[in-house]
Design a protein around this ligand. Structure first.
Ligand SMILES: C[S@@+](CC[C@H](N)C(=O)[O-])C[C@H]1O[C@@H](n2cnc3c(N)ncnc32)[C@H](O)[C@@H]1O
Length: 302
């Protein structure tokens, strides 16, 4: 965590918070990809602290979209355990400090919900968002509810990012995140040391694009793992391991293109099989006979 000098910050590095460079890079990529694909929707952040991640998210807000942040800031937590968390980690936080940081980078403040994240569904309509960052309490009950709220806010293709999904001091977050994967259809796209990126939509398509992008970068290392039969991309910032060389990158792209082709051929073969099954069915043949007879009779007319 960076310390913040007095006076307004002039770069994100000067804003205190927990937002590693690799996640800044990935947030930017995910949000820009949505922009490229014309995916519109609002942005939500649960847990903003002094605004480090919110300031970056705010850069991607487009005309007609709303950015809502929800944080307790300097108000009371809804229960004792949460209050203890607040005392331990965020005791000097104030809404004013958040606002002054945010204003150093943006003309307009986001919509601010000052209170527990359980209020978010009173302020943001279901399925109106394209990106939700879950980064508030670390207690299981809160995170579980935050992820459920994100599921309500995001249409199928939307993105959720969960912070601290694997830290030693945040087992409640891990439990809530993986529970959602196991029982609620959340599909992880990629993980970094600190965050898990997922969707309730098509993770494969995003992963294909992400892998193409990562293959051409020298400032991020990655690998692909299989978790419970599904792909999961693991990403680390540069310096963690050597970046792959050019030949390696091209081989990776080729292997991925092969896999995509194989998947497409598989879908085509399945569709052909289904078509043949329909053609062979009694009702299809009866239907054909019913339309063929009048045609044959018409054909006989002088
Ligand atoms: C880890 S910090 C957020 C870090 C921030 N996203 C950044 O980039 O630096 C967690 C924030 O969640 C807030 N918080 C904790 N429990 C909360 C709750 N129940 N409802 C709303 N906000 C909460 C804290 O006030 C704190 O600002």
């Amino acid at each position: 965590m960076m310390t913040q000098e007095t006076g307004p910050p002039s770069s994100l590095d000067e804003v205190r918070g927990w937002f590693p460079k690799i996640d800044q890079l990935l947030f930017t990529w995910f949000l820009e990809r949505q922009e490229r694909l014309g995916e519109r929707g609002d942005l939500v952040e649960l847990g903003s602290y002094l605004g480090k991640s919110a300031i970056l998210m705010g850069r991607h807000l487009r005309e007609g979209e709303t950015f809502t942040v929800c944080d307790l800031f300097d108000s009371d937590a809804p229960d004792d355990s949460n209050q203890a968390e607040m005392r331990g980690s965020y005791s000097s936080l104030t809404r004013r400090a958040f606002e002054s940081n945010y204003r150093a980078f943006h003309d307009r403040l986001p919509e601010i919900v000052q209170g527990p994240t359980s209020l978010i569904l009173d302020h943001v309509q279901p399925e109106t968002c394209r990106f939700v960052h879950v980064d508030a309490s670390h207690l299981y009950e809160h995170v579980h509810a935050d992820i459920q709220a994100a599921h309500v806010l995001l249409p199928a293709g939307g993105l959720i990012v969960c912070d601290d999904y694997r830290s030693e001091h945040t087992p409640g977050v891990s439990a809530a995140v993986w529970e959602s994967v196991a029982t609620d259809g959340l599909r992880p796209i990629c993980v970094t040391t600190q965050k898990l990126y997922g969707t309730w939509g098509d993770a494969d398509a995003v992963q294909d694009d992400l892998l193409d992008w990562l293959a051409a970068r020298d400032d991020a290392w990655h690998e692909v793992q299989q978790v419970a039969g599904r792909r999961l991309v693991r990403v680390k910032g540069r310096g963690a391991t050597r970046p792959p060389n050019e030949v390696g990158r091209l081989k990776e792209r080729l292997a991925r293109a092969d896999k995509r082709l194989a998947r497409a051929e598989d879908r085509l073969a399945r569709a052909r099989g289904e078509l043949e099954a329909v053609r062979g069915s009694v009702s299809f043949r009866l239907g054909r006979a019913a339309t063929a007879l009048p045609r044959a009779l018409r054909g006989r007319r002088p």
